[in-house]
Design a binder for this molecule. Structure first.
Ligand code: SF4
Ligand code: SF4
Length: 406
């Protein structure tokens, strides 16, 4: 249940000066002020046409930037998600969404098996072939396909299972999420090794699913809660949960709000949410210092929305980067502006997504940095694709890839 509803919006329009979507398309119903008015109208039974209502609800990238300037402290992200959930309850999900959320993301073993099968298709896990994103494009009939890395086998679970593991201590759990499991398993492995090299008893628990956040954002709260519950039961055994994915961090920390007060799992969800930390947050809090094979390079940092706007994590990655000797850090313009991916938004709202990507690449280019660091695999995909599109001599790295211990 949202604490403050859309009716608390004062219609001041401050959100219009910062909303990445509105700054591109200038459509009133695509920013919090207009959307809140529509949500109120819908709630009062003065029903706008279903198509325009649905369009307005899904034209939000859920970055949370508008909340930072809102004088009435309207929780726009929460309100939009609640409205999506109500709409899905009344109208249901499309078939493709049902397959993705209720089958693929809920049945991790099935998803892994399917991806393993797909990876045998010539090209999808080889070097010079059509990228995975084309599969998504073909579903949505888009004319501007963009590329993402191919599936990288072996997936993370196999890589980590094959490591000689320390005795199960149930001390710290590593939550990699889907992208580090299937698309960037080498980065997931790097994060795991980095934490172990710091002497931590970190484990990758068996049985974890997707964090559920993409499902929650689509409005299918019911399936998202089922996914969350499975993760909660596994993660509640641990004292600390570390993830290298900003979106997973937001999802896991949000579990506490996905369950009603009366729900028997509410307190367990609260317990799990309270133990989740982003990688850089953990490293900065513990005051670790690092060296880097990129020492001597110019580096810039892109703030994932889930770090900066959802959880106010901004200084921590900068503290970690500045602990490396001989790294020249240059802040980019609009470092905390969305890169344009926003999960499914990057597929379903391609033109806006590409324009935001263009702006991000422009900001990176102005710094002259050869390395752009971030902490979300989604942002990595979007920025890497933009770098390729604009032929920038820059490399995108997850923060763990920048760091070496000792
Ligand atoms: S800034 Fe807040 S109060 Fe003002 S219009 Fe936007 S959502 Fe409403
Ligand atoms: S959450 Fe982001 S995209 Fe959505 S209205 Fe607010 S600023 Fe715009």
């Amino acid at each position: 249940m949202v604490k403050r509803g859309a009716e608390t919006c004062m219609k001041c329009g401050f959100c219009m000066s910062v909303c990445p979507v509105y700054l591109v398309d200038h459509v009133e119903t695509h920013v919090a002020r207009g959307r809140n008015m529509l949500i109120n109208t819908w709630a009062e039974g003065l029903i706008p046409p279903i198509v325009s209502y649905k369009e307005a609800l899904y034209f939000c990238i859920l970055c949370g930037r508008c909340e930072s300037v809102c004088p009435a402290k309207v929780p726009n992200v929460e309100i939009t998600l609640e409205a999506r959930n109500s709409l899905v309850k009344r109208r249901g999900l499309g078939l493709i969404q049902q397959i993705i959320y209720q089958l693929l993301l809920y049945k991790r073993g099935f998803l892994a098996g399917l991806l393993r099968l797909i990876s045998h298709v010539p090209g999808l896990s080889q070097k010079d072939a059509p990228p995975l994103r084309h599969i998504a494009d073909s579903f949505f009939l888009f004319s501007k396909p963009i590329s993402i890395p191919k599936l990288r086998k072996p997936f993370l679970r196999e890589r980590i299972s094959s490591l000689k593991s320390k005795e199960q201590s149930k001390e710290i759990a590593f939550f990699p999420g889907c992208a580090f499991e299937f698309i960037y398993p080498e980065v997931g492995e790097k994060i795991f090794h980095l934490l172990r090299s710091l002497g931590l008893n970190i484990e990758y628990p068996e049985g974890l699913l997707c964090c559920g956040y993409p499902v929650y954002c689509a409005g299918d709260k019911n399936t998202a809660k089922k996914i969350a519950l499975r993760n909660i039961k596994i993660l509640s055994d641990y004292k600390l949960i570390i993830t290298g994915c900003a979106t997973c961090m937001s999802g896991l920390r949000g579990y506490k709000d996905w369950f009603e007060e009366t729900d028997e799992y509410k307190s367990l969800a609260e317990d799990v949410s309270s133990k989740v930390m982003a990688l850089s947050e953990f490293l900065a809090n513990e005051n670790f210092t690092f060296s880097s094979e990129y020492s001597g390079s110019i580096v810039t940092y892109h703030d994932p929305c889930h770090m900066k706007w959802h959880h106010a994590i901004y200084d921590e990655p900068r503290k970690v980067i500045s602990s490396i000797s001989r790294i020249k850090f240059i802040e980019m313009k609009d470092e905390d502006m969305c890169c344009g991916l926003g999960g499914a938004f990057g597929i379903t709202h391609r033109n806006i997504s590409l324009e935001l990507q263009r702006k991000k690449i422009e900001s990176i280019k102005e710094t002259g940095a050869r390395i752009v660091v971030t902490e979300c695999p989604g942002c990595m995909l979007q920025i890497a694709e933009g770098i390729k599109r604009f032929s920038l001599p820059t490399q995108v790295l997850h923060i763990a890839e920048l760091l070496m211990t000792g």
